[in-house]
Design a protein around this ligand. Structure first.
Ligand code: URA
Length: 257
């Protein structure tokens, strides 16, 4: 049975936003949002085909909420204590039509200064992984569980995750990716509402409200364990499964010891 709590938390945050903006009825689209995401048909190319042109501008969000609307509803967020110490809120980067979304833990110092996720050393490692998959950073979407830097790069605390993750779930609902890759413990545990260790979760797909989610080691962990170690190949094995699920070619990599 799928755990519906992330969806309810996301809907609650969304309702609060609506209330703040003076809307007091529930739009039918939002009622529909309580249903699981519809299955996405397999596609042979990386970019999703563009949706048919809308007949009228969509005023009401809900199921069709855009990333821009979600960013706007975050505003100059001070919903948790991380707001007080951040330089920049780090929302996410990439295409809103990504078939593949990478979710990290939270911004570090470089991301905090630049306002973009994964631009420091861990970002360089993530770029290597994306390039090894023969994809481009612009073809995927990259974001984090928390949008503001935790002081001293500590893992986000549970109240921070609880406050911020509804926005992550809304981002995922807006993008509707075919696969999510959770990078490391914080992302895996926040997305799947579990306390199980990453080493036990990685290597197989888990269900995230109808979207296959692959947990894998965080790029910072790869940096700590050295570029060509077993952990790197574990990540590559996980990414191989992701490419296969996306029906994309799996580049051949030789495992020299
Ligand atoms: N680590 C993360 O988890 N996210 C970032 O954006 C950068 C480093």
């Amino acid at each position: 049975m799928t755990d519906q709590r992330p969806l309810y938390a996301s809907l609650t945050a969304y309702l609060e936003d609506l209330q703040e903006s003076g809307i007091d009825g529930i739009p039918p689209e939002l009622m529909a949002a309580a249903q699981p995401l519809p299955p996405t048909p397999p596609a042979a190319v990386m970019a999703q085909s563009p949706p048919p042109p809308a007949e009228e501008p969509q005023e009401i969000v809900g199921l069709h909420e855009t990333l821009e609307q979600i960013r706007k509803s975050l505003g100059a967020c001070q919903r948790c204590k991380l707001g007080a110490t951040r330089k920049n809120l780090v929302f996410g980067v990439g295409t809103p039509r990504a078939r593949l979304v990478f979710v990290g833990e939270g911004p570090g110092a470089d991301e905090d200064s630049q306002g973009e996720p994964f631009v420091g050393d861990a970002g360089k490692m993530l770029n290597r992984i994306i390039a090894a998959m023969e994809l481009k950073r612009e073809e995927v979407y990259i974001c984090n569980v928390v949008k503001c830097r935790p002081p001293q790069n500590r893992p986000p605390e549970s109240d921070e995750v609880q406050t911020c993750s509804p926005f992550l779930f809304r981002q995922l609902r807006a993008i509707k990716p075919e696969v999510v890759v959770a990078l490391g413990t914080s992302a895996t545990q926040a997305l799947l509402q579990t306390k199980v260790a990453i080493s036990k979760m990685r290597g197989k797909f888990h269900d995230l409200d109808g979207i296959p989610l692959m947990p894998t080691y965080h790029p910072s962990y790869l940096l700590r364990t050295g570029g060509n170690s077993d952990s790197f190949w574990s990540v590559w094995d996980d990414m191989t499964q992701v490419l296969q699920l996306l029906n994309l070619p799996v580049p051949n990599k030789s495992r020299k010891k």
